[in-house]
Design a binder for this molecule. Sequence first.
Ligand SMILES: [Zn+2]
Length: 56
Amino acid sequence: MSEFENPYSEESPFVRAHFDCPECGGKLWEYAIQRRMVCEDCREFVSSDELFEAHT
Ligand SMILES: [Zn+2]
């Protein structure tokens, strides 16, 4: 298994997600690959699936 390889790393490794952190309300940043986001404030990892479930 290779380490984290981001095909978009030449651009920007993270994309600003259109969601707020469910824990602290901070900004979430989305990995360009993997369906995961990380909060810039509390560093909480949130999967897209979890987030969508939380909104329903
Ligand atoms: Zn947070």
